[in-house]
Design a protein around this ligand. Structure first.
Ligand SMILES: [Zn+2]
Length: 604
């Protein structure tokens, strides 16, 4: 994926997607007049103030100020990066994203690695079907109740016993080095006479796929119980970073169109057994404890995450670490809970023994994060005494402080207050949360970097701080009504007017002339990642009083006003700026003095 995406492709994409489709697929919209409405997905409200304009291809929330294009919505709502958003929207339209190949591009070409992975997946699948030694693997899977259908869904395979099955096949092919880089075969140190051997031997192979379904690594499980280690994973490679991946995520998304929850388990066989028994939303970390990155990935897709752990001491400890990683991501509507299994059971054995219904009943009764948190801190503390209760509040403090400042935290504080029999206010004071709140707002004020979105800017009063200058007014009207540029044939005169923002206005008019059917969204995407982005975002929902006709007249007036500026004020500012950096000619000095004295100078 070397290079950047050409701007022309993004222009084209934004012209082809319909923001109403994109948002309606995620937040159900109601048609209200010319626009669409819903309760805002970015803040809590009971009456809809989230508005989507099909004409402008733009959304805006009057409650919290959130606004943007279809691309911006996806980035915010799905918590996706820009490139992933473009890929997703393009895929929904069935078009391929072109990447500019730049010679100085530093990203290496990874396609040989993906191809090597595909070759290996095919090879291992073939061995599972036909290798003389494969019946032991097939028997193992059958004993665990895994059908051919599930084996195929997860691309299961078999690495035969012996050191040189796959490596002999590829050692003299161009794919050999990619196989080594992908961690499928290994190279002996011997440099002059390179020798290769298979990393995975006599194992059931579980391909690990990335979010687009491409195999990027393997997990291999032993068949003979004496073999070691029980599980062997691919090493870290340029395409595989185990801390960022979850086994079964792609398969779950394939199986369930509208995922509502994920359950995080520990092993490949747990994921398979659960899927085999109708629980298709299980994913497993890859030999690592669940981390914040895993949670972010899952919260992009669902609001409900259940962690499944052994009920023993080690399981509780691992669950507590998962809780600590969850805290910074908690907000209203999100739910994290913990399912502790009976001693000696894992999800694989348990779901096979008791079936889907009984297992899902356990999931539904999993312990909510808040209960687990309180239970954990109050262990070994006598909560019947005042001392005990203040100790509980003390222990809760660093945990509650990890929660973002939102409704979820308020509810958590309330819950702790109820538990220890104190008023929430006292707890808040005790937890020092007010102090933290102030710190946050100070940090926010100091933070002058470009915000990702307009959310929470000028809360409840999005128009505060925007002075209504003629250039801003012209830009705002044009942003919201790009068709007004069509009849503008004196725009080049504006270039001479030296006012802040004028170059953007001129570029916007030129953009409209170069492309048919420009929308508000097309402007915003054209100026994404430029210094003008934030201003344009605000101006795109700057409220313009009056009906369509009067706004159109206002636009004509303001453009005329700006063009006139080039003869006096604009000219004066231009000359002043020139004077500050270079010498004015005698004619210019005369002109400047005439302007100051109010004499209309001769046209230069
Ligand atoms: Zn909102």
């Amino acid at each position: 994926m070397a290079g950047r995406i050409p701007q022309a492709f993004i222009d084209d994409l934004i012209a082809r997607v319909d923001i109403v489709d994109v948002i309606d697929r995620r937040v159900q919209l109601q048609k209200k007049g010319r626009e669409y409405q819903a309760c805002c997905p970015f803040h809590t409200e009971k009456t809809p103030s989230f508005t989507v304009s099909q004409v402008k291809q733009f959304y805006h929330c009057f409650g919290c100020g959130a606004h943007g294009t279809a691309i911006g919505f996806m980035m915010e709502y799905e918590h996706m990066e820009f490139i992933d958003t473009i890929e997703t929207l393009a895929a929904e339209l069935g078009i391929e994203v072109p990447y500019e190949q730049t010679s100085h591009s530093s990203s290496p070409n990874l396609s040989p690695l993906y191809e090597a992975m595909n070759t290996a997946v095919d090879y291992y699948q073939q061995q599972l079907k036909s290798h003389a030694a494969s019946p032991s693997a097939v028997d193992y899977l059958k004993q665990r109740g895994i059908t051919g259908e599930i084996a195929k869904h997860f691309l299961l395979g078999f690495a035969p016993p012996g050191w040189n099955n796959l490596s002999d096949q590829v050692s003299n092919t161009p794919q050999c080095q990619a196989m080594v880089s992908a961690g499928i075969i290994s190279q002996k140190d011997n440099a002059d006479n390179a020798q290769y051997y298979d990393r995975f031997r006599h194992r059931i192979m579980f391909p690990i796929r990335d979010k687009r379904g491409r195999p990027i690594a393997f997990g291999g499980r032993v068949i003979d119980s004496e073999d070691n280690p029980k599980y062997l994973n691919s090493p870290e490679t340029p395409v595989f970073h185990k801390g960022n991946e979850l086994y079964g995520l792609y398969e779950a998304r394939q199986s369930i169109r509208h995922l509502e929850r994920f359950m995080v388990v520990e092993g490949y066989m747990d994921v398979l057994a659960l899927a085999q028994n109708g629980i298709q939303y299980a994913v497993a970390t890859l030999g690592t404890a669940p981390n914040e990155q895993h949670l972010k990935i899952l919260f992009r897709l669902v609001k409900d995450i259940v962690f499944c752990f052994d009920g023993d001491k080690a399981g509780r400890k691992a669950a507590w670490r998962a809780l600590e990683h969850s805290l910074p991501l908690m907000m209203e509507g999100r739910q994290v809970s913990f399912l502790f299994l009976p001693d000696g059971e894992d999800p694989d054995s348990l779901v096979r023994a008791e079936g889907q219904q009984a297992f899902e009943a356990r999931i539904n009764q999993a312990m909510p994060l808040s209960d687990f948190l309180i239970k954990h801190i109050e262990q070994n503390i006598d909560s019947s005494t005042t001392e005990g209760n203040s100790r509980i509040a003390e222990l809760a403090k660093p945990l509650v402080q990890k929660l973002p400042d939102n409704m979820y935290r308020e509810l958590m504080v309330k819950k702790i207050a109820d538990r220890v029999g104190l008023e929430s206010d006292l707890i808040i004071k005790n937890l020092d949360l007010d102090a933290k709140r102030n710190d946050n707002s100070m940090n926010n004020n100091k933070n002058t970097t470009r915000p990702q979105t307009g959310i929470n800017q000028n809360f409840n009063n999005p128009q505060k701080n925007i002075a209504r200058t003629p250039v801003r007014l012209a830009i705002a009207i044009l942003l919201q009504n790009p068709e007004y540029a069509t009849n503008l044939n004196n725009a080049e005169a504006l270039i001479e007017v030296n006012l802040p923002g004028m170059s953007i206005l001129v570029e916007m008019i030129e953009f409209c002339h170069s492309k048919p059917n420009v929308t508000t969204a097309a402007f915003l995407e054209r100026w994404r990642d430029t210094p003008a982005e934030t201003h344009l975002g605000k101006l795109s929902h700057f409220s313009l009083p009056g009906d369509e006709e009067s706004i159109k007249n206002e636009f004509i007036d303001v453009i005329e006003h700006l063009i006139n500026l080039r003869t006096d004020n604009g000219r004066r500012a231009f000359l002043e700026q020139k004077h500050s950096t270079e010498r004015l000619t005698d004619a210019e000095k005369l002109e400047y003095n005439q302007i100051l004295m109010g004499i209309t100078p001769d046209k230069p």
